[in-house]
Design a binder for this molecule. Structure first.
Ligand code: ZN
Ligand code: ZN
Length: 138
C-alpha cells in the first residue's frame, strides 16, 4: 500500500510506496536507541517519492546502512541498507512519520520474536523497556 508521511516540521514530506504492514520491525539495537530515543519502529517499503525534501539529510551510520532524517526538526525517518548484495537498497520508514500509520501495523518483531500485536505482545514490548530501565538503574 502507499502511505503519505512527513517529519515533524514538514520540511520532509513523502509518499511511501509499497509499504508492507506485515513486516514491521522494532529494533532495539544500540544505534537505533541512540538515534530515535527508543526502539526503532519501522515498516519496510518498496520506494519513496519525496514531495518536500529541503530538510532531508542522510548519514552513513555504519558499514552497512545509512539513516535519513530532517536536518531542521531532527526527526529520524528512514533506514536504508547500503551494503552490496541481494538486499541492497532495502528501506524502512518509521511508523510514527506515516499518516494514520498505527492502523496499518498488525505485527511487531523484536529480534527473532515476531507475533501479532495482542495484549501479551504489548506486555512483552514494555517489559523489555522496563528491563532496560532497571539495568540503567542498577
Ligand atoms: Zn522536519
Ligand atoms: Zn537497530
Amino acid at each position: 500500500m502507499d502511505r503519505t508521511g512527513q517529519c515533524l516540521c514538514g520540511a520532509v514530506k513523502f509518499v511511501a510506496r509499497g509499504v508492507q504492514p506485515d513486516k514491521a520491525s522494532v529494533c532495539h539495537c544500540g544505534m537505533c536507541l541512540r538515534w530515535s530515543g527508543g526502539p526503532w519502529v519501522a515498516l519496510f517499503l518498496e520506494s519513496i517519492d519525496f514531495t518536500a525534501d529541503e530538510g532531508l539529510a542522510w548519514i552513513q551510520s555504519s558499514d552497512i546502512a545509512e539513516r535519513g532524517f530532517c536536518n531542521r526538526c531532527g526527526s529520524s525517518l528512514f533506514w536504508r541498507l547500503t551494503a552490496e548484495g541481494k538486499y541492497q537498497g532495502t528501506t524502512s520508514v518509521t511508523l510514527g512519520a506515516l499518516d494514520g500509520a498505527l492502523a496499518t501495523c498488525g505485527y511487531v518483531r523484536i529480534g527473532e520474536w515476531r507475533k501479532r500485536v495482542t495484549d501479551s505482545g504489548k506486555t512483552r514490548f514494555f517489559a523489555d523497556a522496563v528491563t532496560r530501565l532497571e539495568a540503567l538503574n542498577s
